[in-house]
Design a protein around this ligand. Structure first.
Ligand SMILES: *Cc1c(COP(=O)(O)O)cnc(C)c1O
Length: 479
């Protein structure tokens, strides 16, 4: 609270957000409403806990702490040191790692910066690396480039050569990778993906890495929650470095982690290389409010309840897959081992963009995604769906079947709209989806399904929000 002596120039420090900045407050309220009234199926998203959000919104945001615990550039870090040490301990515990064999840096701001710091630690500028190609499910930061442009720092500062999935099975082409690595001689092989529904054979990758004298790094950004819950193969058995985001299946705040081996005979200095790469090479002061939130979410991820959550996420993804297959649709690899599925829409003559658009109009949030064999990267032929967030809203198999039914109808409506659009252009498709034209049915069907989705979605709770008292904020375009 301000005191009687607080000067006018400091009075704004004490007023609540709603009073200081109703504009931003209203935007937040609208986003809460969107999350409450919609169905979140973006595979990279999740709903973090109330406790995590409390830590993330804390006063720790005020503190500078460049450096590492007990070796900072600034004073006043006794509690920040305690926090960072606790966060590291919990990170190792959450992934069942022996502190004698593994260390972790908890300062990365996000997955992309964690990856760039890891590359900086492991290899030199212009060295060669191999990662799964973006159209095959890999991530931008694993060396992505196009014919015209080096798109990411991982291809600007390093030479990159992507490996791929096998066209027939759509599984990682481990043999192809091995024979390409023999010729290309990468210094680093990166595994892990953003759109790959199956598990990884880390032992196989390790064989190739050892043979060619390359580092092996796993980026488990998407699946780390499922790895922590021991529902998927562990990359820690075979990899030298493991990076992850903390906000996808791990269900924490937006941040990144870098795990590194401490027991390598030929790289005793790996710990120092990783730490120096994060700071000062790639980042400045750590975001201590985020580190507190990461620590809290890691505590939660270490509980038996989190393992039950992870099992449910996978079971829900499998149910979503099998229900869509029962409706006659094609999924890449025919199913899933993890939290996500890739739905190939080409057999029914739709693009990912159109279905994404229709779903958006109904409050079903998904993303268009490349599927194996797409003719053009500009027109992705599929969509990616994940069950992490819906599972965090308490949904189980029977509820996921209802969601699969909505998706089925959304796709059928898309076919109607495509016919009524009179052309294959997205803009004509959007026009008939959003305006009532004489004698056309698609628009009405969109509205009907949207109402059903909303009625279903608002039956579920939303972590961190008291939905019983939630009211529709100003500025929501809903009729
Ligand atoms: C999401 C993702 C990242 C990037 O994470 P950001 O937090 O968005 O920077 C990195 N790698 C993979 C495999 C991802 O899926």
């Amino acid at each position: 609270m301000a005191t009687a002596n607080t000067p006018d120039f400091n009075k704004p420090l004490y007023a609540p957000l709603a009073e200081i900045d109703p504009e931003v407050k209203n935007i937040i309220d609208k986003e809460v409403w969107r999350q409450f009234t919609g169905l979140e199926l973006i595979a990279s998203e999740n709903l973090t806990s109330r406790a995590t959000m409390e830590a993330n919104g804390s006063i720790l945001t005020n503190k500078y702490s460049e450096g590492l615990p007990n070796a900072r550039y600034y004073g006043g870090n006794e509690y920040i040191d305690e926090l960072e040490i606790l966060c590291r301990k919990r990170a190792l515990q959450a992934f069942n790692l022996d502190p004698a064999k593994w260390g972790v840096n908890v300062q990365p701001y996000s997955g992309s910066t964690a990856n760039f710091a890891a590359l900086t630690a492991l290899i030199q500028p212009n060295d060669r690396l191999m990662g799964l190609g973006l159209p095959d499910g890999g991530h931008l930061t694993h060396g992505y480039y196009t014919a015209k442009k080096k798109m990411t720092a991982s291809s600007i500062y390093f030479q990159s050569f992507p490996y791929s999935i096998t066209p027939e099975t759509n599984l990682i082409d481990y043999e192809g990778l091995a024979s390409q690595a023999k010729i290309f001689k990468p210094r680093l092989i990166i595994c892990g993906a953003s759109a790959y529904p199956r598990d990884w054979d880390y032992a196989n990758l390790k064989k190739t890495a050892t043979k060619e004298g390359a580092w092996l790094m796993a980026d488990i950004a998407h699946t780390s929650g499922l790895v922590a819950a021991q529902e998927l193969n562990s990359p820690f058995e075979y990899c030298d470095v493991v990076t992850t985001t903390t906000h996808k299946t791990l269900r924490g705040p937006r941040a990144g982690l870098i795990f590194f081996r401490k027991d390598l005979e030929n790289a005793k200095d790996l710990e120092k290389r990783v730490n120096d790469a994060v700071f000062p090479a790639c980042q400045g002061g750590p975001h201590n409010n985020t580190i507190a939130a990461v620590a809290t979410s890691l505590l939660q991820a270490s509980q038996p309840s989190f393992r039950a959550y992870a099992k449910q996420v996978i079971s829900n993804a499998r149910t979503l897959a099998s229900t869509l297959i029962e409706h006659g649709y094609k999924l890449q690899t025919g199913g899933t081992d993890n939290h996500l599925i890739l739905w190939d829409l080409r057999p029914i003559g739709l693009t990912g963009s159109k279905v994404e658009k229709v779903c958006d109009l109904m409050g079903i949030t998904i993303n268009k995604n490349a599927v194996s064999g797409d003719a053009s990267a500009q027109v992705p032929g599929g969509i990616r769906l994940g069950t992490s967030a819906l599972t965090s809203r308490d949904m189980r198999e029977e509820d996921i079947k209802v969601v699969a039914g909505f998706l089925h109808r959304a796709v059928q409506i898309s076919l109607v709209l495509q016919k009524e659009a009179g052309s294959k252009l997205l803009k004509d498709f959007v026009r008939v989806a959003t305006t009532q034209e004489e004698g056309k049915e698609g628009y009405k069907q969109v509205k009907q399904l949207r109402d059903e989705v909303r009625a279903f979605a608002t039956k579920w709770p939303l972590p961190g929000v008291d939905v019983a008292t939630l009211t529709k904020p100003e500025g929501i375009l809903e009729d």
